[in-house]
Design a protein around this ligand. Structure first.
Ligand code: SF4
Length: 541
């Protein structure tokens, strides 16, 4: 639904989404190979854009694709910005530009909701999810768009039920400029992992969309040029298992009706492995990847961070179960935990080898506001705001040692021979379990154009020019023998990003934490800030 208020004036709203700092999970090195410019559309700001009154004109600029211009700012009456903590420097930069152009600024999204004190520069703060605060903000802008003399805060007390969320304003963006499209079914997570801000920001009682809503959003994506991979940005796809079981048959029916045009990815807790019925439905719906916040292979560390749900069955066994349903696991890993010991590095390396998970986002622990971790560390005087550091946590072990361990671990994980060996295991144990859609569905002119573009790029940039072409071809031959052409292309662009990004990180050109607000000062790295990331909330599950 749109905002129900009766509006008296026409307004022009410019929504600007800030650029992301590159990370392992943003796949920025893959964009030139795919002919795209950014990772994934910002779901939250697109929903707000769709909720604004019909009488208002809305323009949308994702600065991961292009910067907002002086003409955009001249056009607008008000500038809306949204983002995560990791985008804080870019958020401040947008506010500064908008104010210099004389525009009133509105800041919403997860970062300001968690830490409003970080943003004294915005005119209006929208804290919390879409709801009564959004209506109050719209009513205020309807009355006038002159910047207020002092900052005004609107905080949502009553959320808009998810069943009333409008379809995100996909019409305002070029979906086909993104590597993935995004979709949201639920919000919130019942768990309480110590480092995670999702329960405080979005609640522990998952809220849901209706099947009709979700299918309407799929229709909206299908109606325009789009990527064929869709990421469910839900904090935890199985936060409400019954709801996941109930929605999946609708997705399967929709896929059948349209000849299976899409593949899906999502985030979920590792106890998904104990849900065979959901896994079978996910397979049938064409879920191919699941991001799991495994965090650490050390059980005591999982217990200390209150992530016992990952320890309900042996971790390697659980990953094997997910693989057997055709799901490639992507794993979040955290280093710098209080429980780290001299043995942590070796255990992580063993886990990398034994799990055969190709993509691991290995980050340093970062304390986010509104988390139990933040409260504990603040009590102990262990939050460090030094912008020159890679994390705001004062680790128990020496900082240089933790950073050196992170470097050794990413060097180990993304050494090309080792990475392609893990892909080779996926060729044997995961990809054969995926169901294929009818070939005719894949044979659209657009898909053929994209596939050909990617194939040429993988062939030239990875298969011919890279110094890791040998392990690539070894694994590619194995996949070709099994008829897994898609896997060869996917592996080519993913591996290229991981290897190139880890090399940059080892040269000190990238941050050691996806969540870090550390802004690099060298111009080359600053140029690369024109890049995207996962979603409009912290990547969790
Ligand atoms: S890390 Fe994942 S499982 Fe834990 S509270 Fe956050 S969303 Fe839930």
């Amino acid at each position: 639904m749109r905002c129900p208020l009766s509006i008296t004036r026409e307004r022009r709203v410019l929504c600007i989404f800030p650029a992301y700092t590159p990370s392992f999970g943003t796949f920025s090195h893959a964009y030139p190979m795919m002919g795209v410019s950014a990772f994934m559309p910002p779901q939250g700001l697109l929903v707000i854009a769709a909720y604004l009154p019909e009488k208002w004109s809305v323009r949308f600029v994702d600065e991961n694709i292009r910067p907002a211009t002086a003409a955009d700012l001249d056009w607008a009456d008000a500038v809306f910005v949204s983002g995560m903590h990791v985008q804080a420097p870019q958020i401040h930069d947008i506010i500064e530009r908008a104010k210099a152009a004389g525009r009133v600024t509105v800041l919403g999204g997860p970062s300001v909701s968690g830490a409003p004190e970080m943003y004294p520069d915005a005119d209006y703060l929208h804290m919390g999810e879409i709801g009564d605060a959004t209506d109050a903000l719209i009513a205020t802008l309807d009355r006038g768009t002159t910047p207020p003399p002092a900052q005004v805060r609107f905080e949502t007390r009553e959320r808009l039920p998810m069943g009333d969320f409008p379809t995100p304003a996909y019409r305002l963006i070029a979906l086909d400029r993104y590597l993935l499209a995004s979709l949201q079914f639920s919000s919130g997570c019942p768990f309480r992992c110590e480092f995670c801000d999702i329960p405080a920001l979005y609640g522990r009682q998952p809220r849901l969309k209706s099947p009709e809503q979700l299918l309407a959003e799929l229709d909206a994506i299908l109606a325009r040029p789009h990527p064929s991979f869709i990421y469910f940005v839900d904090d935890n796809f199985i936060a409400n298992r019954k709801a996941a079981r109930q929605i999946l048959p609708h997705v399967i029916e929709w896929q059948k009706k349209h000849d299976f045009p899409l593949q899906f990815a999502c985030e979920a807790t590792l106890d998904l492995a104990k849900q065979p019925e959901i896994l079978a439905l996910m397979r049938e719906a064409r879920f191919h990847t699941v991001f799991v916040g495994i965090e650490t292979p050390e059980i005591d560390a999982l217990k200390a961070m209150r992530k016992d749900q990952n320890a309900k069955q042996p971790i390697l066994e659980a990953i094997g179960v997910l693989n057997s349903y055709g799901l490639e696991v992507t794993s979040g890993i955290i280093l710098g935990l209080d429980t780290d010991t001299d043995a942590t590095e070796e255990r992580l390396k063993e886990f990398i080898d034994q799990s055969n998970v190709p993509v691991l986002t290995i980050n340093l622990l970062q304390a986010l506001p509104k988390t139990p971790l933040w409260d504990r560390l603040a009590r102990d005087g262990r939050i460090d705001h030094d912008p020159g550091l890679e994390s705001n946590v004062r680790f128990l072990r020496p900082y240089d040692e933790v950073l050196a361990m992170w470097r050794r671990c990413i060097a180990y994980a993304y050494e090309p021979e080792r990475l392609f060996a893990r892909f080779a295991r996926q060729v044997e144990t995961t990809y054969p379990h995926r169901l294929q859609g009818p070939v005719r569905a894949a044979l659209t002119a657009e898909n053929l154009r994209r596939g050909l573009f990617l194939a040429v790029n993988v062939l030239v940039r990875v298969g011919l020019l890279s110094d890791y072409r040998r392990p690539f071809w070894r694994t590619a031959r194995q996949a070709f023998r099994r008829g897994q052409i898609d896997a060869v292309l996917g592996m080519g662009f993913v591996a290229r990003h991981l290897i190139e990004f880890s090399r940059e990180a080892l040269r000190g050109e990238q941050n050691a934490s996806f969540y870090s607000m550390h802004k690099r000062s060298d111009p080359a790295a600053a140029g690369r800030l024109r890049n995207p990331v996962a979603k409009n909330t912290a990547t969790a599950a």
